[in-house]
Design a protein around this ligand. Structure first.
Ligand SMILES: C[S@@+](CC[C@H](N)C(=O)[O-])C[C@H]1O[C@@H](n2cnc3c(N)ncnc32)[C@H](O)[C@@H]1O
Length: 212
């Protein structure tokens, strides 16, 4: 249920994350994990809208110093539980990304998995994500393609039911304009990411590198 500013309201996410199981699983997003060889061995990673922390914890396991930001306290509590179980540290920030004081040219990697918000919030969030990177830093992003509206109806594979919250490759290219495009594709994939991302889906995946 979107709030007055158009972002899914905190109670929605807190209720989802109140379940014992991890809504999107405890393994990292598969696209992010596939980029492991391109990640630096050390440095800082930022995970905006980190949910229950699956990507944040995995990035910490790769040797990065990770900050996870989400508006759901329940998601952040599960992030700490997962980090403890895996023996890594993740710094969590309970904040709304629309008003958060984002870092500027400080981080090496930003991971954005399935962060679907209102169009004006999305473009600002993507702009701030790029600005948070040091020159040469990477944004690794995956979200549902606009065609997912059909897949979620037919295959029940998740995502928002609003076309204007979904992605295309052109939209990501425009949002990260000025960055080098290392990878960008619209593809069909079978998601196995917990109960809420399960089944045949249409996604957009990208890796963008901030220019020096
Ligand atoms: C579909 S979940 C994805 C979570 C995580 N990225 C993953 O893939 O496991 C979307 C997340 O975005 C967060 N979110 C949405 N709008 C936000 C905002 N304005 N500020 C902070 N977090 C937000 C929600 O709380 C939720 O955890």
């Amino acid at each position: 249920m979107p709030d007055a500013l158009g972002t899914p309201a905190t109670p929605f996410w807190d209720a989802r994350y109140a379940e014992e199981a991890y809504a999107y699983g405890t393994a990292p997003n598969a696209w992010l994990a596939s980029q492991a060889s391109h990640l630096p061995a050390s440095g800082r990673a930022l995970v905006p809208a980190s949910g229950e922390g699956r990507d944040a914890v995995w990035l910490a396991e790769q040797g990065l110093t990770v900050t996870a930001v989400d508006l759901s306290a329940a998601g952040l509590a599960k992030t700490h539980r997962l980090a403890d179980a895996r023996g890594v540290d993740v710094a969590t920030v309970h904040a709304d990304l629309r008003t958060w004081d984002w870092p500027l040219a400080e981080v090496d990697v930003v991971a954005l998995s399935f962060v679907h918000v209102e169009p004006h919030v999305r473009s600002d969030l993507h702009r701030r994500a790029l600005a948070a990177l040091k020159p040469g830093g990477l944004v690794v992003v995956e979200g549902f393609h606009i065609g997912q509206l059909v897949y979620r109806a037919v295959h029940g594979s998740g995502g928002p039911g609003r076309a204007d919250m979904l992605f295309t490759a052109d939209l990501l290219r425009a949002d990260f304009e000025g960055a080098d495009v290392l990878a960008l594709e619209e593809t069909e994939t079978t998601l196995r990411e917990g109960a809420y991302h399960d089944g045949l889906a249409k996604v957009v995946r990208g890796v963008f590198r901030k220019r020096a």
